[in-house]
Ligand binder design. Structure first.
Ligand code: PLP
Length: 360
């Protein structure tokens, strides 16, 4: 008997085959202002102290599955409410996935404003949840009436609010976020990935609302390569999420390095302060350019709009000048003609501004 020819692709879910892979553009040799990374490195003495700490790590042993020491350090440094529980992820991306895996059932909805962080939609798709996007207003504020109507209709299991929002950079109004938490039957995730640059938070509200959880990450404050995200929520809920988390999802090098970094949090905050100074200098410079309309930002990036039909040319012109930023024009809707630049070090920002000025 001859075996039937096999086509393994037939077994891959059709909705997965229909997806485009998350695209990370090559950045070799470029001034990299596309991914909200912190441009600064650590002082030499701190770097040496960190390497000494790493020398003692037992790579042959599995990491502490609870990452107890890191959890304690996070509680102290970030001021996690004492009665709230903490769950750690391999980046906050993994925490989004854990939430969705724990809640997804056919017919259940994940709801978020639009535009927002693209991972919410992607993970809804992976886990078979329906995704409901509610457009923001033209000024990127929440359209509360439409949000509340969509929540009443779809009864979402999960709502994601990035605070501040990516890619628009603004903080939604506090009262509107509270209204959404109260109206949502499922869980509301306030995603505070950019907290270090925003100064506002819902962390102290965890516990006041049974359905509120807050996510943070160390990525945007200088540790993107480590991959550590955290979620703070009510204990009973986090205990359920813990069942879905793979036991060793936060590796030992990340545990030790993140604990060390948090012991030196002042250094990271000082870097964030420099980034915020640069943000205001860049905003002023962008606002002075005739062909550019820049949005106010509470994050470490700035969204700006160029004249109609000009975004692709501006993006390519910047690439030719050695500067990589994010072109959002292809997303359409409110992001038509928009690009997003990450705030870098002063010399990088100067190079970006000089190249942009020649084109607009
Ligand atoms: C960057 C970003 C994240 C992902 O952070 P990681 O911890 O690096 O996975 C989550 N949410 C928002 C809104 C982001 O912009």
């Amino acid at each position: 008997m001859t075996a039937q020819p096999k086509n393994p692709l037939e077994w891959v879910r059709e909705d997965i085959r229909a997806l485009a892979a998350y695209h990370v553009p090559p950045a070799q040799g470029m001034i990299k202002l596309d991914a909200m990374e912190n441009p600064y490195t650590w002082p030499d003495a701190m770097r040496s102290a960190w390497l000494e700490r790493l020398e003692q790590v037992a790579l042959n042993r599995y990491p502490d599955p609870q990452a107890a020491e890191l959890q304690q350090q996070l509680r102290r440094t970030l001021g996690v409410p004492a009665d709230a529980a903490l769950i750690l992820g391999n980046g906050s991306d993994e925490l989004i996935q854990i939430l969705a895996m724990a809640l997804a059932l056919p017919g259940r909805t994940l709801l978020a404003p639009e535009p927002t962080f693209v991972m919410y939609r992607m993970i809804a798709t992976y886990t078979g949840m329906a995704y409901r996007a509610v457009p923001l207003r033209a000024d990127f504020t929440l359209d509360l009436d439409t949000m509340l109507a969509a929540i009443a209709y779809a009864r979402p299991a999960l709502v994601f609010l990035a605070y501040p929002n990516n890619p628009t950079g603004n903080l939604f109004l506090r009262e509107q976020v509270e209204a959404i938490i109260q109206a949502t039957p499922g869980i509301v995730v306030v995603d505070e990935a950019y907290h270090a640059f925003a100064g506002r938070s819902f962390l102290d509200q965890v516990g006041h609302y049974p359905n509120l959880v807050v996510m943070r990450t160390l990525s945007k404050i200088g540790l993107a390569g480590l991959r550590l995200g955290l979620l703070v929520g009510p204990q009973e809920l986090v205990a359920q999420l813990e069942k879905v988390r793979l036991p060793y999802n936060v590796n030992v090098l990340t545990q030790v390095s993140a604990t060390f970094a948090l012991e030196h949090y002042g250094v990271l905050l000082a870097q964030a302060a420099r980034i915020m100074e640069e943000r205001s200098r860049m905003s002023t410079a962008l606002q002075r350019m005739a062909g550019v309309k820049a949005s106010d930002s509470a994050a470490n990036f700035i969204l700006f709009r160029v004249s109609p039909g000009g975004a692709n040319q501006v993006h390519q012109g910047l690439l030719d000048a050695g500067v990589l930023i994010k072109n959002l024009h292809g997303a359409g809707g409110l992001l038509t003609d928009c690009l997003r630049v990450t705030v870098g070090a002063p010399a990088e920002n100067d190079q970006f501004l000089a190249a942009l000025e020649k084109m607009v």
